[in-house]
Design a protein around this ligand. Structure first.
Ligand code: 13P
Ligand code: SF4
Length: 303
């Protein structure tokens, strides 16, 4: 099928199913083009919590679709590619977390939204990359067990020095591999460019950046900045909105390695098949869902 035909079919099926298509900022351009909403983890969670549709087609990775289901249990939540996972989210399991919690009985457990529903069910409050600093500031205890991203945790520890942040050794395979030599080279080539990076990058990269934020915060920063050139230190999918919304500005990817293979699994054809066959439906154990929802609700109350 040609692209226009697939798009036409998607739009018809979307109407028939009373569905909404949401896409994370890292999705391929074709999928972002057909989406009703594009955003970062926080914006999409908030949107899904309130959306008045029967079906949510979540173009992203597994934990994101799970979060939508946690917040919208009465809706059918579909993940077009069932193997689209997040390796960082898989770096913490519920069992391992229960063991770690025993070592830190006074710690509040803050979990990055990049985690499974099972892990969230063992946490006190969730955070995303856009609100992690505020969430940690809002927590009463001094000790905080932060899972699973050690890079985001380190960034938060720097921003909130009065807290004792206990890190988990998880990381994003895509952001963690960016090297400071790549950043130095990019700056040499584009000396006037502002460097905007995601807090999933390692601390030396974050320290050398002009701005640190979630995908949406990076996109908003570039749109509102008087600067004309930017070096982008996050997954390449953000270039879609950056270029579309700022035709007078130039964007350079910090590293050619900034590709998340899991985010790239979803294609226009997957979205079409998902709506046609109602695949792959996310279902959760109700006890787990309710406990995980508490952690997400605690976050949404603050952000
Ligand atoms: P955002 O919350 O910034 O969209 O990030 C999600 C993510 O998976 C980053 O790698
Ligand atoms: Fe997970 Fe990293 Fe991909 Fe984000 S970019 S979904 S953290 S692997």
């Amino acid at each position: 099928m040609k692209k226009e035909e697939i798009v036409k079919e998607i739009l018809e099926l979307k109407k028939k199913r009373n569905a909404v298509i949401v896409a994370h900022n890292y999705q391929v351009d074709d999928v972002q083009e057909v989406a009703d909403v594009i955003g970062d983890s926080l914006a999409l969670s908030k949107y899904c919590a309130d959306v008045k549709k029967d079906v949510i087609v979540f173009c992203g990775v597994h934990f994101m679709a799970e979060s939508a289901k946690i917040l919208s249990p009465d809706k059918i939540v579909l993940l077009p590619e069932i193997d689209a996972g997040c390796p960082m989210a898989d770096m913490v399991t519920k069992e391992a977390l229960i063991e770690e919690k025993k070592k830190h009985p006074n710690a509040t457990v803050v979990c990055y939204i990049n985690s499974s529903a099972e892990v969230k069910s063992e946490c006190d409050i969730c955070c995303t990359s856009s609100n992690a600093v505020n969430i940690v500031r809002s927590v009463k205890s001094k000790d905080i067990l932060f899972v699973p991203d050690m890079n985001l945790g380190s960034y938060v520890a720097k921003m909130v020095p009065d807290k004792n942040i206990i890190l988990w050794e998880g990381y994003c395979i895509t952001h963690h591999r960016i090297k400071i030599s790549e950043l130095e080279r990019a700056k040499e080539l584009r000396p006037n460019a502002k460097v905007l990076v995601h807090p999933e990058c390692q601390p030396d990269i974050v320290a050398a950046a002009d701005f640190v934020g979630s995908t949406k915060q990076i996109i908003d920063y570039a749109a509102n900045s008087p600067d004309k050139e930017f070096i982008i230190g996050t997954e390449m999918g953000v270039l879609f909105k950056l270029k579309r919304d700022n035709p007078d500005k130039s964007f350079y990817l910090l590293s050619q390695g900034l590709v998340c293979p899991n985010m790239k699994k979803t294609s226009l054809l997957s979205v079409y098949r998902s709506l046609k066959e109602m695949n792959y439906e996310i279902n959760l154990d109700e006890t787990i869902r309710l406990k995980a929802k508490k952690a997400l609700d605690n976050m949404l109350e603050i952000s």
